[in-house]
Design a protein around this ligand. Sequence first.
Ligand code: GDP
Length: 265
Amino acid sequence: GRASPPLAALSQVLRLERSRRTGIVFPLQKLERYLAPGTDTARFRLFQPGLAALQRAEALFRSDRGHPIDYVSSAVRMDHAPPPALPEVCFIGRSNVGKSSLIRALFSLAPEVEVRVSKTPGHTKKMNFFKVGKYFTLVDMPGYGYRAPQDFVEMVEAYLQERRNLKRTFLLVDGVVGLQKMDNIAVEMLEEFGIPYVMVLTKIDRASRGVLLKNVLEIQEFVKENTQGCFPQLFLVSSVEFSGVHLLRSFVAHVTGNLPTVEAS
Ligand code: GDP
């Protein structure tokens, strides 16, 4: 299997000095000090697990013999989806937003998991289902784009509307370019269906601090003014530096009911 990247495990992050550690575990908080005084940052810390909760979530994402993490199956139609037996989360976003990289980062402590990528143009895009022990399933939805065919749109719509065990949708947005037209279409769809979702800003290592701050504040404002179903706290991630990945694991554990004790901050 693959070797885990350097900061894939919390034990490695805990060895860093404090400021770097905060940047890796709570990237949004790292930005706080650069905001104008008086900026409301309540929404930066709505979900702020302590070390015990972070460790518990990490254990869920670490496979072993008694706790297998596996790719289950792919489906192009809802009647091919596995039975809705466990709480489920799904990841959606534009092609190239960093979705497969992020899912690979989340599963980096289960190196036997193959996160498949089908980028060949003309190849049928599928929903890929992963099972995390007996606790939850994670679905990698096909990336959307301007050339998304109708059957693809229908597949995503059908999934979002019909999947009874879907607990939360993670909408990935490129942290360098911010919200795009296609992202707004996804937001409208989620809002119309009344589906709880959360926005994840990807590739934050590639954005300058200024660009990142601008995108964070803009999207936060957008969420506040235009959405009902979006969790007010944004999640920032870099699959290269591993920032935000530990926090995201905890949030997935939380929304699937596997983190009963998130301490209030
Ligand atoms: P997908 O189409 O959404 O699955 O996107 P990929 O995960 O394949 O990523 C698209 C491109 O962005 C690839 O070249 C990745 O190497 C790059 N990428 C993805 N995540 C990150 C990240 O966190 N940081 C940086 N610097 N590049 C990333």
